[in-house]
Design a protein around this ligand. Structure first.
Ligand SMILES: [Zn+2]
Ligand SMILES: [Zn+2]
Length: 215
């Protein structure tokens, strides 16, 4: 599997285009906007979009999902159903951040902890990681040992928890109990900023290092 990271929207959200190299099928994770640029990247790669995957329903991650699904005739999988209220708020989220109008959508499949998402010949494991939003999910590719973590964890930081139904203690628990057990060698693509590894964050992240968590 190949990963192309395309920063989209004024929030520079890392949309990940996942490409199965044997079938050239692609999954687009978190198409927040800039759909024409995403589709040009898919086309340059000689790939065909099979599905859209959403980590959580904030507008910079999910704002383009409804339109893209309609244009391509592909399904949307995720997030967890606890993010329904954020999907319902997409038009208002757009207005308050000065984004173009975002469509509400109904996912073809809600994701649960322990589910798997497939495209081409690739399989991703799903981890429900609430805290930033209650329905946030993380995707893990066991073969590549790479995780797509949305706004759960960043290089040197963690997701905000001051939004409705955000919760700091829950976010810390998600990171400690769902992400760290995957292994220090796992690299991750965060929703914003640069990639890192779980091991590097356990050493030096001021919010969730082993020292900060008293381990
Ligand atoms: Zn977010
Ligand atoms: Zn974000």
């Amino acid at each position: 599997m190949q990963i192309k990271i395309v920063p989209v929207t004024p929030f520079q959200q890392n949309c990940s285009i996942l490409i199965c190299e044997s079938t050239r099928k692609a999954a687009i994770v978190d198409p927040g906007g800039d759909l024409d640029r995403l589709l040009a990247t898919v086309e340059q790669a000689g790939a065909e979009v099979e599905k859209i995957i959403i980590t959580h329903a904030h507008i910079d991650h999910a704002g383009g999902a409804g339109e893209l699904a309609r244009r391509l005739g592909v399904p949307i999988e995720g997030p967890h159903r606890e993010d329904q209220f954020w999907i319902d708020l997409l038009p208002e989220q757009g207005a308050s951040f000065g984004f173009p109008p975002a469509e509400r959508f109904t996912p073809h499949r809600w994701l649960e902890n322990g589910d798997q998402v497939t495209f081409g010949e690739q399989t991703l494991d799903v981890y429900h990681c609430p805290g930033h939003t209650p329905g946030h999910v993380v995707l893990f590719h066991p073969g590549l040992r790479v995780a797509i973590v949305g706004d759960v964890l960043f290089q040197g930081s963690i997701g905000r928890t001051d939004f409705p139904r955000g919760d700091h203690a829950t976010l810390l628990r998600s990171i400690r109990e769902r992400l760290w057990p995957l292994g220090d060698d796992v690299s991750f693509v965060p929703g914003h900023g640069r990639t890192s590894t779980f091991g590097a964050e356990r050493r030096s992240n001021p919010f969730v290092s082993d020292a900060a968590l008293g381990r």
